[in-house]
Design a protein around this ligand. Sequence first.
Ligand SMILES: Cc1ncc(COP(=O)(O)O)c(C=O)c1O
Length: 421
Amino acid sequence: MNLRVVADFGGSLKQTFYVMRINRFEEKNLQMHRKRADRLRNIKASGIRRLFSLVQSMPDLISLGLGEPDFTPPTHVLEAAKQALDEGKTHYPPTNGIHELREALAKKFTREYGLFFNPDSEILVTVGATQAVFIALLAFVNPGDEVIIQDPGFVCYEPAVLLAGATPISVPTLKSDGFKPDINAVTSLLTDKSRAIIINSPNNPTGSVLSYDELSELSKLAVENDLIVVSDEVYEKITYDNVKHHCLATFPGMRERTVVVNSFSKTYAMTGFRVGYALGPEELISSMLLVQQFSVACVDGPAQYAATAALDGPQGFVREMVSHFDKRRKLVFKRLNEIAGFNCSLPKGAFYAFPDINDFGISSADFSEFLLKEARVIVTDGASFGKHGEGFVRLSFATAFEKIKEALDRIERTVNKMQRP
Ligand SMILES: Cc1ncc(COP(=O)(O)O)c(C=O)c1O
């Protein structure tokens, strides 16, 4: 982004100021790069957070950028954290997580999926799902190994693979395939270096949800090729239109090769608590525990009591939150498809719309910058999620219905003034 572009878009003085701040940030960043370790060479800062942190003081801005629920966790969850503090539970918790939480997780998986995980050896509480993915890769993947990831996909996977010294191998998930990995495409990417595959369903950023048969095909491929599977299921409870989520570890041959990663961030709107977890066979979990021990030591204690209360308490909150997401989802889908230039599929899970914007004839980064400056709406450019995200933008509908409505009105007015190719 530069000043010339602002002038082209007829930006105001105030907007110019924000752009100058972004330029200064980038210059400073360049200077800092000289001191960076080589292992960070191919890792770029997340485009989402960079833009968001720089412009969040922009007046009248509506953010459809970040993927976090706009709800407050239920009172009994907040009370559990406060009670833990009042009771002096302020010391180091166990490295693998407090016993109460691991027990509650074991019960959840037996109840919901008929899977038994031993709370003492097969469950690890982590700093969100982000850390679970990261330590899984450090624990199982050797330098030179290849790890298959979906493109577009959640922004943390590629850096985590690179930091583990391995090579990310992207499998395109195309709009024409409902943003789902084509099994033949995955097969064609396998080599003797293939070590693991990361699956994310329901999916960020596309909102796709893999069916039983699709997961079954992927499972067979993982078994036949002896792949370790990291199954990121953080949107497990956020599906629509009676679409069912299936836990990958329930498929034949998968319990012994899958690390199921999940978190309290999305299901219970607990992003700031930073509690996630990984479940898998002892062989895999014990390796992750070793990395955990010498990196973060353990997870915040009061937050773990809050997470335990979330699992053990009434689940009405989750259903209600999802029904709000559903109303917003329908609004976003309808309104976007009414605006010439957008072509949006109906998301079946998570809380993102991922419309095709190719008809506007500009890159997704330019398009999102244009919306930021002219409509004062933050959306995330699809290329932030991988090469195959180019031509798309992500709109998070984890924000209030009225705000989404206003954002869509602004987007409509703004793009209608755009000169099309
Ligand atoms: C697919 C996916 N996995 C993991 C995370 C991170 O979750 P946590 O807050 O538990 O680290 C996100 C957050 O956006 C996500 O979309």
